[in-house]
Design a binder for this molecule. Sequence first.
Ligand code: NAD
Ligand code: TYD
Length: 358
Amino acid sequence: MPPRSLPHKPDCVLVTGGAGFIGSNFLLRMVRRYAELQFVNLDKLTYAGNLMNLHSIERESNYTFVRGDVGDLELVSKLFARYQFTSVVHFAAESHVDRSIRAPLAFVQSNILGTVTLLDSARRHWDGQMDTCRFLHVSTDEVFGALGEEGYFTLASPYAPRSPYSASKAAADHFVRAYANTYGLPIIISNCSNNFGPYQFPEKLIPLVILCALDRRPVPVYGKGENVRDWLHVEDHCAALEKMLTHGAPGTTYLVGGSSETSNLDIVRLLLNLVDEAMGRAPGASQELITFVADRPGHDFRYAIDARQTQKDLGWTPSYSLEAGLRQTVNWYLTNQDWLNAVNDQSYQAYLSEQYSI
Ligand code: NAD
Ligand code: TYD
């Protein structure tokens, strides 16, 4: 049972980027569970934002959608004045590494300037009531750079971002901490590993592989497929974020991961088998779709999180094994054809042909 009385009483929660992959999973989890709280979702609806994700909660009386940019200071200030937010859960960001390599400036605009705009509005509106408020910043393990074959990211890991995406997220993290140190803003930072699950836009590896396999198109694997990611089901990430919001200590950084390190080639092979199984195809039928393509420039070799401290402090552990999570995800994409048709439009096709010449 979720707690009925929260330590810091988040009466009205501003959720940014709530129409995206993780943000929508978070709202789907929280809006009905916390009927006594108001949730305002501020989202610009970029290519990655999709209101279809929120169809099941859009009529709930404690949910409001506002289309807008987190970098729009006038709008954000007006929203703070109108709704008197006592919590912010900040997901809004440009989130895809490959797009950050093609067009980095949008990442500076949304991820850095957007975050600072929110922070500045929060500190102005929370003056004198900081201890009853929370600013939960959703960040990534990619801020720590790349690991070799061994070792884990820990709270002692230095910041060493290596892509425009991770550099923009690192800059945002620094601003969040600077606002805590300078103005006493009650911040919490979550640095999480790679997520997968329902509603993920199919530019990221896992939904991309599922879609390619369904359409029997080539599955692009960068380099030799040896890079390693630590995968976590999005519902498990959202469960950790809920705990941070309701029980997290201000000023704390939580490292969140799935302890599911897998090489890209292994995860692609596993996914193709799961799609074959779900489609009733012969075992191994889709393996021939694997197509090795030019490596991503500056491709980080390995990410892996040591989440033991977070597990202990929040009493959180992932509920999905990697295979169970992937199976659930494959089934979701297979049974949500309307969602797939909506995202699989001309601009998505144009993106694929620009990104992959296969
Ligand atoms: P996403 O790309 O699926 O969704 C991002 C959402 O933010 C979209 O709805 C988009 O419309 C919105 N948005 C973008 N710029 C905006 C702006 N300037 N103003 C308002 N809204 C804007 O991203 P995601 O995968 O859901 O990631 C959410 C957050 O979690 C990001 O901050 C990301 O860095 C972080 N994160 C993601 C992962 C992952 O594996 N996906 C892992 C760790 C952390
Ligand atoms: P991605 O889902 O883009 O997440 P991130 O880059 O943030 O980790 O990629 C996950 C891994 O899969 C990463 O090592 C890059 C690799 N990858 C491919 O091999 N082919 C692809 O088409 C994509 C999108 C990613």
